[in-house]
Design a protein around this ligand. Sequence first.
Ligand SMILES: Cc1cc2nc3c(=O)[nH]c(=O)nc-3n(C[C@H](O)[C@H](O)[C@H](O)COP(=O)(O)O)c2cc1C
Length: 412
Amino acid sequence: MNQPLHDTAPDFDQPIAVLKHCHGRIRKQLDTLEKLLAHLPAHGADEQARQAAAAVMKYFDKGAQLHHEDEEQDLIPMLHATATGEDAATLAALAPQILQEHKDMDAMWQDLHEQLSLIADGSGTHLSASTVGRFVQCYRQHMEREEGTMAPMALRIFDTGQMARLGQAMRQRRGISVNNDVSIGNAATASPCEPAAAGIGERVADLRKDYGQASLDEGDVADDPIAQFTRWFEEALKAEVNEPNAMGVSTVGEDGRPSSRIVLVKQFDERGFTWYTNYDSQKGQQLASKPFAALLFFWSELERQVRIEGKVVRTSAEESDKYFNSRPLKSRLSAIASEQSAPIAGRADLERNYEEVARQYGESPSRPSHWGGYRLVPERIEFWQGRRSRFHDRIVYTRSEDGSWTRQRLQP
Ligand SMILES: Cc1cc2nc3c(=O)[nH]c(=O)nc-3n(C[C@H](O)[C@H](O)[C@H](O)COP(=O)(O)O)c2cc1C
């Protein structure tokens, strides 16, 4: 006995078996849909409901569509071209009915898809019992009809060449190559009932995380945004957020085009937010012509984001010296050796420049004039706390002419 222990899917060299196997998958999803309908009134859109809704949607949005296309574009036309006598008469009556049912089921699916997508993201709980009932019944009868007539007819009248052509067409429709590798994207395995997994660039849309750790109320926040930032920064440290001091800095060039990069905030207080860099770098050149920037902190572990906007000024030479001299020797030498943002032929040239600088400057290099601090003087600071179902909390502080701050809730 050499039976597989699990339910293996047939290969495309048996295309009718693949179509039947897909019916099995459809039946499973219909069962899930019925269970979801029974689950919702008592449990709402809980985790189980959201997962079930997403699984049903995934199948009927893609897998079931491919299955219909197999029949409409390949199986039925091939049967029409081959069937004679009684088979041709049976097909003439059956094929229009099959095609009409596909259309009816597609229309019902559109209604269900809308309801299920709200359930899947946790923002809805309504699922129409009558649409589910009609959809499930129509599909089950439709599959029985196909299994009772079309499938046996194809097995009886198609020769090996036709079976191979049908299998090849179905395989291509799913982007699966002959040795069952996925020809598009990078998934290792492929079900014959579903399209080959899309590349990561497309699958990224399925990454979904609901937030719900905390809330942010007008009453909770400090009157002063720097005090509020300090509070959140301390909480980020306590939560051991990865690099809590890393922030995005966005600047614009003379052409008005923005660019962003990460830098480390080295100080924050009532005067603003300070970081250190090369004044001749791309950001340095942009800030020289347009002295405004936007900072962005994302503390994923706390489901928090802080956005800060304002004018940028250079820190004083004394302040830059003080920070420069506090850095480890190798970092100071690197700052001198690197013409940040300028092209260089290779890593070896960079290393050579460093060695030269190390030889030249020794143990106590002083700060080069092209390196120093920038301080963003905030005019607008927004605190964002992730909430369930994308209904987040946002409190923004805006600075008035007299230096006082007003705050306001924004819609998510
Ligand atoms: C975590 C992290 C921290 C960084 N910190 C700094 C920094 O404090 N100062 C700096 O000039 N570049 C820092 N960088 C490098 C910048 O992202 C960027 O590559 C560099 O400043 C050149 O940017 P520009 O060409 O837009 O001027 C950091 C990068 C990362 C990923």
